[in-house]
Design a binder for this molecule. Structure first.
Ligand SMILES: *Cc1c(COP(=O)(O)O)cnc(C)c1O
Length: 413
């Protein structure tokens, strides 16, 4: 693909604020604290000979100078590589600031972050409430691993809001959210669910990967635990795997003991890469927001497109939730094309120059894959006819991306 790429191709015009494809709200009004904390959180140059970035500690054994210190090593800030080094601590502190968390646990992948939270509250014969539009592997963890331990899961409609109260049982131990949902991007009334859960003393957790922790702050909306795949936007460059469990004060002890028992840890080079990605999150997210909306609005008016599923372009109650809770949109959304044969779907996808096909997202590059939401959910119906797609709008010039899509549409139209 690389030798096809011509910077500034497309319609030959540079993207500009006055471009019709650019929405008026192209630059979201993000809490200005975040720009600065992304640059400064987790840094300590004076402890590192003035170096701006923390050193990459490769460490398993850490030595103690006296018997007394060795025997009391549980009180030391660092005692064994698996339990963290100054490198991993720097990233934990940085992500904690971003997510407004009391404490952060790094895990080897986003999936392991989700599984760890789901395991932490599991007791035989207990019950979980999990949103129907959650990431498919999260769902599968509930229906396999948790089911095997006699933890029952009820999948609920993402639009349930405060009516979640009707599904709570005496044995309910966790309410899991993901907003917007995977593949179809429905928003949830997160504060309403968190409020009901609090009155019933049930912990809440949310998969906050979509917002990168930048456009949505679940812990400020009453959620106890926010989980992110760091692989996606914080990593930002498609070159590492990592997860982060971001904890409000209520869940720190329980989750730290659970993660400690599992022995979860992350490699220092990946931690360093994640810290590097962290520093530019604000500028990348603003560009994903603007370019994503430009592409979404162009798709919405295309005759071959049935429907665009972009959280910022909803109507009615979805629009109110969006306005109330989010400060901007990442580059990931969905769309449905009018009935399309398998052959035409393949022609469409394979003729794109800039959009790659592959799992994951959140990197600087654009991706486009077919999705099949009807085959996953059980509590709600997916009845929109046509072929669904999930698109990740990367950091290319949006005009080039639109021209690329237009050429691919022309080949099948
Ligand atoms: C990708 C993804 C994950 C899993 O992250 P990995 O780092 O790939 O394990 C979890 N949740 C959501 C919503 C995701 O998109």
């Amino acid at each position: 693909m690389a030798d096809n790429i011509v910077v500034g191709a497309g319609d030959g015009k540079p993207a500009s604020a006055s471009d019709k494809s650019q929405p008026l709200d192209a630059l979201p009004a993000v809490d200005s604290r975040d720009d600065t904390l992304l640059v400064h959180s987790g840094k300590n140059p004076s402890a590192n000979h003035g170096a701006i970035n923390p050193p990459v500690y490769h460490a398993s054994t850490l030595l103690f100078p006296t018997v007394d210190k060795f025997l009391n090593r549980h009180t030391a800030e660092f005692r064994y590589g698996r339990r963290g080094t100054p490198t991993s601590k720097a990233l934990e502190n940085a992500i904690a600031d971003l997510e407004r968390a009391a404490s952060v646990i790094l895990t080897p992948s986003g999936k392991s972050a989700n599984s760890t939270v789901l395991m932490a509250f599991a007791e035989p014969d207990s019950h979980y409430l999990v949103v129907d539009t959650t990431y498919k592997p999260t769902r599968e963890f509930c229906t396999s691993q948790l089911a095997q331990m006699n933890v029952a899961t009820t999948f609920y409609d993402p639009s349930i809001g405060a009516n979640i109260a009707d599904l709570i049982r005496p044995t309910t131990r966790l309410i899991w959210m993901e907003s917007p949902g995977s593949q179809t991007f429905e928003l949830q009334d997160v504060p309403a669910i968190a409020k009901v859960a609090k009155t019933r003393n049930i912990p809440t957790a949310i998969d906050n990967t979509w917002s990168g922790g930048f456009f949505f702050k679940p812990l400020e909306h009453g959620v106890d635990i926010s989980v992110q795949s760091v692989t996606k936007y914080i990593g930002g460059h498609s070159d590492l795997m990592m997860g982060a469990i971001c904890l409000g004060p209520r869940s720190v002890d329980l989750l730290q003991s659970c993660a400690g028992r599992f022995g979860l840890c992350t490699g220092p080079n990946d931690v360093y890469l994640a810290l590097r990605g962290f520093r530019t999150l604000a500028v990348r997210m603003r560009q994903h927001h603007a370019s994503g909306l430009a592409v979404a609005q162009w798709l919405a008016q295309h005759p071959l497109v049935e429907r665009v599923m972009h959280p910022a372009l909803g109507s009615g109650s979805s629009r109110s939730l969006w306005r109330r809770d989010f400060t901007g949109a990442s580059g990931l959304f969905g769309f449905v094309m009018k009935e399309l044969s398998q052959e035409k779907t393949a022609t469409f996808l394979e003729s794109l120059r800039y959009f790659g096909m592959g799992s994951s997202w959140g990197g600087y590059e654009s991706l486009l894959i077919p999705t099949f939401p009807g085959s996953i959910r059980t509590a709600t119906n997916w009845s929109t006819p046509g072929q669904c797609f999930r698109i990740h709008v990367g950091l290319e010039n949006p005009n080039d991306l639109i021209a690329d899509l237009e050429a691919a549409f022309d080949r099948i139209g």
